[in-house]
Design a protein around this ligand. Structure first.
Ligand code: G6P
Length: 606
């Protein structure tokens, strides 16, 4: 995690660094810092807390530097405080870092023996000191190379060096770093988002690359020290919408954008005139594929879980799913006739990226489902299917989850039709229904006021459970995750049928339990599981879909009904009230909904 910005310009850079840091806050927001050159000094300002606080402190100083670096932190080594905030500086260099230096303890001991003293508890300060030591006898580039050779782990770095006040050094291994090209100024950023308001021309560093950035040039060297050229890419849009509009939080805005984001995504993949799905340039003969593995983290993993049910239901393919941090280290049986699908909103999640790299190394077929098309995961996959939902700012994912499910659903439907696993008539009927999904989502958003009313029970609870079967099981997991991350209440998502094997012991009088039981083939079974928790005192919030038949239980505390649609499309609708529940439960507590404690949106450490 952590966000990095660097600017080399002919005019003062502090304001642009601060506004880029605000955009990067989704990568970390426990502390922030900035360093710029002024005459022969490096001016440094750091603080615990948000960029807003840093901005106030900076406004009282006069940082006139025309070359500078900035950082937002998500703590790995050392508590979030001013001392541990980046940059970490010596009398010669100032360093900001994203990643983890795994051998920092050993290096620190070696450097301490040489007489160096450390101020912070961070792994990053080791880079500062090691580089300072190497600069004693080497020119800048060689000193940087010698320093990087000694580091184990991952890094994206931006470095100021007192003896070279016109430049910034950038380096990457394992954590992304981009260079942006402007008019008489150039930029370094931990992703293209940070640079979008300043330029749409960018190059990406590859692992092992170093760059020397000046206001009018960017030189690149690969891991062998050879000077290399980089492709300059033009980004798709120049600026994303970072405005909350009429909403007070990005989360609420993003929840309410879902009818439109789903519609835009459908417009990208579903033929307007015919009931067909267009996926152009699909690189493999799908009839020769016999299995699919889906990989993701967090909410993206829940989208993979839903997709597994769709693949089992709609195709003859074998399917497996994995959490990226597990997949990357276990012994996988790689298969040539398999497509490995990586699901990630940001496209930068370190574990998912490492899982992709592992598949690439084993020459596997890779496909990514991402929101950020310029991301590392997208750039390194054989084939990319974007989710087209626009920038998602709130740390907790909402519209991207629906987008991920949607793209996976259209992909699966298309595969099913191309393989002859589904009848043409059924395929077309499913697409017809899919076209109605945005409207069904819009109508389901009307559950907002009921969810607001119910939410205080969840805010105050010691713990809660979310239960479902079939498609509703991953949705229960996602509902529980949303409540945990936003409201800091223990919430467990569980397959309803598994309760009797342990978790039932947790149920006590008054405990809120969400039962997700649409009228699908599991309905009756889930109702029985619901009675089992009611009998033990649970307060049941029952979520189903509209139907002419009444919901049959009088013992239910509250009932919520989403719109009618096919069983396959219900996950999209059942998610909506759960998003609203977590949103209002966190709002009741006065928490920072867009930036929950301890978390970050783009998780670029493992
Ligand atoms: C973080 C975010 C989650 C997200 C997960 C995976 O934990 O807070 O909302 O689901 O990362 O992110 P990705 O960008 O790979 O979808």
């Amino acid at each position: 995690m952590c966000g990095i910005i660097g600017i080399s310009s002919s005019k003062p850079v502090v304001n642009n660094i601060i506004s880029s840091l605000k955009k990067l806050e989704y990568r970390g927001y426990d502390s922030a810092g900035i360093a710029t050159f002024s005459d022969k000094f490096i001016d440094e300002v750091k603080c615990e807390g948000r960029v807003g606080k840093l901005e106030k402190i900076v406004s009282k100083k006069s940082l006139k530097g025309i070359v500078g670096i900035g950082h937002v932190r998500w703590a790995t080594h050392g508590v979030p405080n001013e001392i541990n905030a980046h940059p970490h500086s010596s009398d010669r260099v100032s360093v900001v870092h994203n990643g983890i230096i795994e051998n920092s303890t050993i290096l620190k001991k070696i450097l301490e023996k040489k007489g160096y003293q450390f101020k912070s508890q961070t792994d990053t300060e080791v880079i500062t000191i090691l580089l300072t030591e190497n600069l004693k006898n080497n020119k800048l580039l060689v000193a940087v190379q010698k320093t990087l050779e000694k580091l184990h782990g991952s890094y994206a770095l931006a470095i100021l060096c007192k003896d070279n006040p016109d430049l910034i050094v950038g380096a990457r291994r394992g954590s992304p770093l981009a260079v942006g090209y402007g008019h008489n100024e150039n930029y370094l950023g931990s992703d293209s988002y940070a640079l979008k308001s300043m330029t749409n021309k960018i190059s990406y560093l590859d692992d092992g690359d170093i760059c020397i950035l000046k206001k009018d040039s960017a030189e690149f060297y690969n891991s062998k020290g050879k000077k290399i050229n980089k492709k300059i890419l033009t980004m798709s849009e120049t600026e994303d919408n970072y405005d909350k509009g009429d909403f007070k939080t990005f989360m609420q805005k993003e929840i309410f954008e879902q009818p439109n984001s789903v519609k835009s995504c459908i417009n990208e993949y579903v033929d307007h005139l015919r009931d067909d799905i267009n996926i152009y340039n699909f690189p493999w003969d799908i009839t020769k594929i016999d299995s699919v593995v889906l990989i993701g983290c967090g909410t993206a993993y829940h989208a993979c879980m839903v997709a597994k049910y769709w693949i089992e239901e709609l195709t003859s393919l074998e399917v497996a799913i994995d959490i990226a941090s597990e997949f990357r280290y276990k012994r996988n049986k790689f298969k040539n006739n398999c497509i490995y699908i990586f699901v990630s909103q940001s496209g930068e999640t370190a574990d998912t990226f490492a899982a992709l790299e592992l598949c690439k190394k084993n020459k596997m077929k890779t496909l990514s489902v991402v929101n950020v098309v310029e991301s590392s995961i997208a750039r390194n996959s054989n084939f990319v299917l974007p989710i087209h939902c626009g920038a998602e700012i709130c740390v907790a994912s909402t519209k991207a989850f629906l987008g991920q499910m949607l793209v996976l659903y259209v992909l699966i439907l298309k595969i099913s039709s191309l393989r002859g696993d589904i009848k043409k008539k059924d395929y077309e009927a499913k697409i017809k229904l899919l076209k109605k999904l945005p409207e069904a989502i819009r109508n389901t958003l009307s559950t907002e006021s009921e969810m607001e009313e119910i939410s205080d029970i969840f805010s105050e609870a010691k713990g809660s459970m979310f239960l479902g079967r079939g498609y509703s099981y991953p949705i229960a997991m996602e509902g529980a995750l949303k409540l945990k991350e936003l409201c800091y209440v223990h919430a467990e998502g569980y397959p309803a049928g598994e309760m009797k094997h342990g978790p039932l012991a947790l149920i006590e009088s008054g405990m809120p339990v969400v039962i997700i039981a649409p009228r699908d083939k599991y309905y009756e079974k889930t109702l029985s599981n619901m009675q089992e928790v009611i009998a033990r005192g649970a307060k049941v919030l029952f979520i189903s879909n509209k139907s002419k038949d009444e919901i049959s239980s009088d013992n239910v505390w509250k009932k919520i009904e989403v719109e009618k649609t096919s069983d396959e499309l219900l996950p999209f609708l059942l998610t909506i009230p759960l998003q609203l529940l977590a949103f209002y439960a966190a709002k009741n507590k006065g928490y920072d909904i867009d930036k929950p404690r301890n978390l970050a949106k783009s998780v670029t450490v493992e």
